[in-house]
Design a protein around this ligand. Structure first.
Ligand SMILES: [Ca+2]
Length: 307
């Protein structure tokens, strides 16, 4: 079983990634660290606790609040309510959870778990990388102890989504992404290069209505909201992309994707290409970049596990 920490900014696809992880026996989720991104850090923590409730998990799952702003201290990107709804979960109306986050900070939790289980912890980061970068800055020794980081973020060979050049998780804190990429930790980048191919189709979600449970209702609500948001931008898509679940999928079964080692840089300048992930020609490869995906096999696996 793979020990993982999920680092999330819980919007809709984070919720799907959390469900996928907990319903996959290959993974042992040590805890969930939260931060700003799709929503504020406080909302991400609230949403994460609510998702654990709706998943029906009876045991305690450590949830640890983290960064409320990027390393620079200044928010560049706003919340993504136009994609994820006002509450970040498709305005699903879940009641507040009685679960509570741990009183420690996300970076401290990451450091302590990595030291407790050296070379065994995989971090699945599906929001801005601020918590991980903060952990690295606080205790640089961990770079030799983390097994691997799988980042949902970036767009190395394709256009961005928040700007023509930049993907949302990287754009929200490019400095943090740069710290992680240059840390020496083995990084796998699950970017828009592959995630935009992983469509969850409208007709598949409609089939779920035959299943009657609070969990199934929740999935339908958030996915219909997410598909609706995608439709606003591109009515030809007929579905929504499974960005964050693919990062979980790559840990469960690396053969879903093909990766290419590359030297990837992050544009920290203040121009139009701010937050862009790009291949540094003739640089030493620091990242395994996912460039190809077996879409049907991944989406089927995700659906079998989550529904
Ligand atoms: Ca996310």
């Amino acid at each position: 079983m793979e020990h993982v920490i999920l680092d999330v900014d819980t919007g809709i696809d984070d919720a799907l990634a959390i469900a996928y992880a907990f319903r996959s026996s290959e993974l042992n989720v040590l805890g969930i660290t939260t931060g700003f991104g799709n929503v504020s850090e406080k909302e991400a923590t609230r949403n994460t606790l609510q998702v654990l409730d709706v998943l029906g998990l009876e045991h305690e799952i450590p949830v640890i609040a983290g960064a409320d702003k990027p390393l620079s201290g200044v928010h560049i990107k706003g919340k993504s309510t136009h994609i994820h709804g006002e509450d970040g979960l498709g305005n699903c109306g879940l009641p507040l959870s009685k679960r509570r986050p741990l009183s420690t900070e996300a970076a401290n939790f990451i450091i302590s778990k990595v030291k407790e289980l050296p070379h065994q912890v995989t971090l699945i980061a599906v929001g801005p990388q601020t918590n991980l970068a903060t952990a690295i800055k606080k205790d640089p020794e961990i770079v030799n102890l983390v097994k691997r980081v799988v980042v949902m973020g970036g767009a190395v060979t394709v256009p961005g989504n928040v700007t023509p050049n930049a993907e949302a998780n990287i754009y929200a804190d490019p400095e943090a992404a740069s710290v992680v990429f240059e840390s020496g930790i083995p990084v796998t980048l699950v970017g828009l290069d592959v995630t935009m191919q992983t469509l969850l189709r409208n007709e598949v979600v409609n089939e779920w209505s035959s299943v009657k449970s609070a969990y199934s209702d929740f999935l339908q609500t958030i996915c219909n909201s997410y598909i609706g948001a995608y439709h606003q931008f591109d009515s030809s898509l007929g579905g929504c992309a499974l960005h964050d679940p693919l990062a979980v999928g790559v840990v469960i079964d690396p053969s879903f994707v093909k990766t290419v080692p590359m030297c990837v840089g992050v544009d920290l300048g203040k121009g139009d290409t701010f937050g862009k992930t790009y291949e540094v020609q003739q640089g030493k490869a620091n990242i395994e970049v996912c460039l190809d995906i077996d879409v049907d096999r991944f989406v089927s696996h995700f659906l079998q596990r989550v529904i």
